[in-house]
Write a protein that binds this ligand. Sequence first.
Ligand SMILES: Nc1ncnc2c1ncn2[C@@H]1O[C@H](COP(=O)(O)OP(=O)(O)OP(=O)(O)O)[C@@H](O)[C@H]1O
Ligand SMILES: Nc1ncnc2c1ncn2[C@@H]1O[C@H](COP(=O)(O)OP(=O)(O)OP(=O)(O)O)[C@@H](O)[C@H]1O
Ligand SMILES: [Mg+2]
Ligand SMILES: [Mg+2]
Lengths: 261, 261
Amino acid sequence: MAKVISIANPKGGVGKTTTAINLGASFAYAGYKTLVIDIDPSGAASIGLGLNKEEIRQGVYDIYKRQDGLDVDFIEDCIHSTSMDNLHIIPCNVWASEQEEELFLMASKLARLRLIRNYLNKKYHYIIIDCPPFVGNLTVGALAASDSIIIPLQCGYLSLKALNRLMKVIRKIQDGMNYGLKIEGILITLYEYGTNVCIKTENEARMVFKEMVFDIKIPKNVKLGEAVFNGKPVVLYDSKSVGTKAYLQLAAEIVERDQVL
Amino acid sequence: MAKVISIANPKGGVGKTTTAINLGASFAYAGYKTLVIDIDPSGAASIGLGLNKEEIRQGVYDIYKRQDGLDVDFIEDCIHSTSMDNLHIIPCNVWASEQEEELFLMASKLARLRLIRNYLNKKYHYIIIDCPPFVGNLTVGALAASDSIIIPLQCGYLSLKALNRLMKVIRKIQDGMNYGLKIEGILITLYEYGTNVCIKTENEARMVFKEMVFDIKIPKNVKLGEAVFNGKPVVLYDSKSVGTKAYLQLAAEIVERDQVL
Ligand SMILES: Nc1ncnc2c1ncn2[C@@H]1O[C@H](COP(=O)(O)OP(=O)(O)OP(=O)(O)O)[C@@H](O)[C@H]1O
Ligand SMILES: Nc1ncnc2c1ncn2[C@@H]1O[C@H](COP(=O)(O)OP(=O)(O)OP(=O)(O)O)[C@@H](O)[C@H]1O
Ligand SMILES: [Mg+2]
Ligand SMILES: [Mg+2]
């Protein structure tokens, strides 16, 4: 039975895609079969995992568009391999603004991701969904299909303020479509030791959200930015970097919690 | 006649709100009557300029909702003052996800912002629209009402890749709703001298987009992050900081270009 985790926060640039790619790669590195699903029309996770447009057969756009059944052959055609053995991706194959608008409309089929989950359960240990920087149907559909959500929190006042808005959306989904949705945790990202903004953000987040905030923080690490230029997760780009260690630690903590359950 | 500039980029966290607030404050500091319009449902620009929910009378939500004429008294009721004399704001007064969904639907009235522009022309020299991190009707409506667009570009591979997507949207608007829309410039933000990611980003942006890229870069400056915690533009928070200097320089360059026209 796969565990499905959404990485979501309507605040932009907080490290959602960086977390989806590198947490996914950390699970894969530890030997767990992992799938990343990229539902952001910008296709950032697909780009960050080195996929080229020409290699992409089908993807999230087709999952929402398909009228017939979601059979095995179709779903397999949406799954693409990456530079890591245990890591696959279903890309968000949207290339023009017309298609993007179409995807937004089709995303009202909120149960789509839940439907394909049944097939994927047998094949993967972890499924990670990278969400776009807004709250519409794409993100709601992802949360409806998820066991839990990781909320990246970049240091800063605007990110803190955005958390309250997101918590309201999560509660609405827990009251309606998916009462089993848990908050895996709030993950402090892009942390710079010793700066006022980061100290204040961490203090406030731990005061308000208490044990919901992961002990582990993802430090600001240039290797995480450089890895993306090379289309690789940081564990392959620079296995000794602090970014790599932090995401491996995060994966280990989540795996440990799952085994206890 | 006011000049209307949209700050837009669907890539999240690139410094749109930081630019809207601080470019606006720089125009105001130089004596130009300036209005910021916050069309991002997260309300980041309103928060960053220190507005409290209790003080807000009406705003962008009401502009889209109003059935009757957009008369003088109504528009004045949407305009709020800030901690600076020449700087006003029309906040995005959306507090619940139901209202947010409603705003998305109402935003199909793409000419709304153009309608209120006629009234605002007489009152302001500069009007700056802070856009949300996606491409939907809110941003399209803003671009339809604008003279030009500033595109903040954070250093990084994903931001570079997102530029092509944005340029397609801009061309579509130039071919349709607003053939007069110009690109004021691509503004490199959060620049950290000497890092590979920033050097590569600047080189690639200047190679591909040439003189479209501002000479001025906005450096990464902790004072810009701290100012937001205090609900103030950086020019009021720390007038000697490099962040303040960079945005004052940007404002001066735009004013100079406008006078030459
Ligand atoms: N810990 C980190 N250290 C250094 N750079 C980072 C780190 N995390 C993210 N980044 C960089 O910060 C930028 C924003 O990160 P990312 O794109 O992952 O955020 P996002 O939340 O997915 O953005 P969006 O809202 O656009 O989807 C990227 O350029 C990324 O490479
Ligand atoms: N030059 C800078 N130096 C330091 N911090 C900055 C700078 N520019 C922006 N920031 C910080 O980076 C974060 C992202 O900036 P901001 O929120 O302005 O981006 P945005 O594009 O408006 O994001 P969104 O996509 O969510 O609307 C904020 O915490 C902000 O305070
Ligand atoms: Mg992303
Ligand atoms: Mg913003």
